[in-house]
Design a binder for this molecule. Structure first.
Ligand code: DX5
Ligand code: ZN
Length: 226
């Protein structure tokens, strides 16, 4: 499945949803118009929190009709790429901080038939990923320290997004720009204006009583600003 978009879209992150009613949450998010879902896999080593792995991703895949982005916040991500691809992860996002050279892992994801996205933490300079942009289907700019939902947006992400959009124009690249962390009605305009197209939103959607209204409001603000 490919995520076709025209203009910026919101990818709800499941992290803060009710995992006791996972299929129901997936259904609610799809009914709310989610273009795709963002799944945060954390191993308690690369980041302090331990969330879930293949069993839960597989359960989401079974109930979801929309594409899935699996955000791997784990050490040695190269070891589980084939498993997540086989489960039907449409986008597999790996962290530059977890790999000395991400090129083999990016190529492996592409060979497995998924989209290869590369994420970078707020303190990681853009120069660290620049050499690999040609091998990426997308870049995920972290606007919080990965590990927890509900943190405040770090504006360093705006500079990185703008610079990446510029690099893409200069080099004629085709990678997509994503952003993850602290996105809200206050911050979504600036991230869309800076070039973000795949915009992850956890608490801004899941803590709202009406997912549909939250997604529509966020996407409306993003489109106005883009
Ligand atoms: C942070 C995760 C995010 C997080 C987003 O480690 O990668 O996807 O769930 O949640 P909010 O939007 O609440 O920052
Ligand atoms: Zn994430």
């Amino acid at each position: 499945m490919t995520l076709q978009t025209q203009g910026p879209v919101v990818l709800p992150a499941l992290l803060l949803c009710d995992f006791g009613h996972l299929a129901h949450e997936v259904e609610r998010l799809e009914a709310a118009g989610a273009a795709a879902l963002h799944l945060d896999v954390m191993d308690g080593r690369f980041v302090p929190q331990l969330t879930y792995g293949q069993v839960v991703v597989e359960a989401v895949r079974r109930s979801a009709k929309v594409p899935l982005e699996v955000h791997l916040m784990i050490e040695e991500p190269e070891r589980s790429l084939a498993d997540y691809a086989k489960l039907g992860a449409d986008i597999i996002t790996i962290h530059i901080e977890a790999l000395a050279d991400p090129r083999p892992a990016l190529r492996a994801i592409a060979d497995l038939g998924s989209r290869a996205h590369l994420a970078l933490n707020p303190e990681t300079p853009l120069s660290r990923i620049e050499p690999y942009l040609d091998a990426c289907d997308g870049v995920l700019v972290m606007s919080v320290e990965p590990g927890f939902g509900g943190q405040a947006f770090n504006p360093i992400a705006l500079e990185k997004l703008s610079r990446l959009a510029e690099l893409r124009r200069e080099r004629g690249g085709s990678f997509r720009l994503g952003v993850d962390g602290g996105v809200s009605v206050e911050t979504i305009g600036p991230v869309a204006a800076a070039g973000a197209e795949l915009i992850v939103a956890g608490s801004a959607v899941i803590r709202s009583p009406d997912y549909g209204r939250a997604i529509a409001e966020l996407e409306g603000l993003a489109r106005q600003a883009a």
